[in-house]
Write a protein that binds this ligand. Structure first.
Ligand code: 4IA
Length: 406
């Protein structure tokens, strides 16, 4: 059954049907009441608007993520089923793949983004964070999204990849297309894809071996082709994964952390009193805001999930953000608490597909929050935060702040 062809009145009788659209502007503006409705309606629900199953409780989101043989990724992790529709771009060799194909590409990116590699880039990432904070202290009043959450990753990640300076303005718009494209065929997705050609052309070109500086993440991926781990044809597509997933995610993760710390001054004070909390303050922001809000899987067979029977070839929408605030799993889920035991949150996913770049994200978050907390006494929000609307990513377009030096 396709989203376009099925009357809303049909579908599975055994699960609650909801008429909510988790991809419309009203939902994005305030998803929390709907997240609660989704969790309370039952362990598995059916969303008539898009003809998909949904899971919003922690237990079911975790279960789906950890059964990749039944809930596969190779038919796409957006609404579109690659078995029925042509993908908007060639599928990712890691995100949109299942074992055994996934196992091989995953091993390559794991090696390229390993703890050893993090040790090599750490001092550079930390120095750049200090430099960014220097500039912000000169400004005093600035936009925490453009001047901090975007400016910092842009000052390190493209260089770490080995990209040339020209054309980097395509990176965030390209990622924005990627994340909108996981959603349903609404205005956001259709407009994003319609305008994607220049961004796609830029990205395809930068993935080529000759365009990636020696020593960078990109060159390391191509070196894995020499070692026989992947083919020379696969290497550019794996570089594309870093360009797709490596920048806008950390922009929204750092943006989330700053937005949390600006709204909850007592947490900011705790961080200032103990800078070793920086890494967990970032992790808690990923749980609390869940920059990546949702993802789909597709069933490979009929399956029973918490009493609901789901047929083969059905899309299942996982509400990562709702699972990360499920009161069945978390104490005071709606509090931002930098000393919380955050492990087990699904903001980076879970299981075999869990974020392969998580060490890069955590490194950026940790060194930036450390640099901020060391030198800034107060962060005040001085204007209306403006939301950025995307089918998958949650974050702000603008967050006007004024800082007071320590
Ligand atoms: C890829 C889930 C998100 C962070 C993501 C987006 C794109 C890709 C991977 C992950 O293109 O491989």
């Amino acid at each position: 059954m396709t989203a376009s062809g099925t009357p809303a009145s049909t579908g599975p009788a055994s699960v609650p049907h909801l008429d909510v659209d988790p991809f419309d502007m009203a939902f994005f503006a305030d998803p929390y009441p709907t997240h609660q409705r989704l969790r309370e309606a039952g362990p598995v629900v059916y969303l008539d608007r898009w003809n998909v199953y949904g899971v919003a409780r922690y237990a079911e989101v975790h279960a789906v993520l950890n059964d990749p043989a039944t809930f596969c990724s190779s038919r796409g992790v957006g609404l579109s089923d690659f078995k029925k529709e042509t993908p908007w771009r060639p599928p990712s060799l890691i995100l949109e793949a299942d074992p055994p194909a996934h196992t091989r590409t995953r091993a390559v990116l794991s090696k390229v983004l390993s703890p050893t590699v993090m040790k090599q880039v750490r001092d550079r990432f930390a120095a750049a964070a200090e430099e960014r904070v220097d500039a912000l202290l000169d400004q005093r009043s600035f936009d925490a999204i453009t001047d901090l959450a975007e400016a910092y990753p842009l000052s390190i990640f493209p260089d770490a990849l080995g990209l040339k300076p020209e054309g980097r303005e395509h990176l965030i718009p390209y990622a924005s297309v990627v994340f909108n494209a996981f959603g349903p065929p609404n205005e956001l997705r259709q407009q994003a894809i319609a305008r994607s050609s220049p961004h796609q052309a830029y990205v395809a070109e930068q993935c080529q071996r000759d365009n990636l500086a020696p020593g960078g993440f990109g060159a390391c991926i191509h070196a894995q082709a020499d070692a026989g781990a992947i083919t020379a044809t696969e290497a550019p597509l794996l570089v594309r994964s870093l360009l797709s997933a490596g920048l806008d995610t950390t922009v929204n993760g750092i943006g989330a952390a700053v937005y949390c710390l600006a709204r909850f001054p007592e947490q900011w004070q705790r961080l200032r009193d103990d800078l070793t909390l920086a890494r967990n303050a970032f992790e808690e922001a990923v749980r609390f805001e869940s920059p990546v809000q949702t993802f789909f899987r597709t069933t490979t067979r009929e399956v029973e999930l918490s009493g609901a029977t789901i047929g083969e070839g059905e899309k299942v929408l996982m509400f990562l953000a709702a699972a990360n605030r499920d009161p069945r799993r978390w104490d005071q889920p709606d509090s931002y608490d930098i000393t919380r035991r955050t492990s087990g949150h699904v903001g980076f996913g879970s299981g075999i597909h869990m974020c392969v770049g998580q060490l890069v994200a955590r490194l950026e978050g940790e060194v930036m929050l450390t640099a901020l907390a060391r030198r800034i006494a107060r962060i005040e929000i001085t204007g209306e935060p403006k939301r950025r609307f995307n089918n998958t990513l949650r974050g702000l377009d603008s967050l006007p702040v004024t800082i007071t030096p320590a």
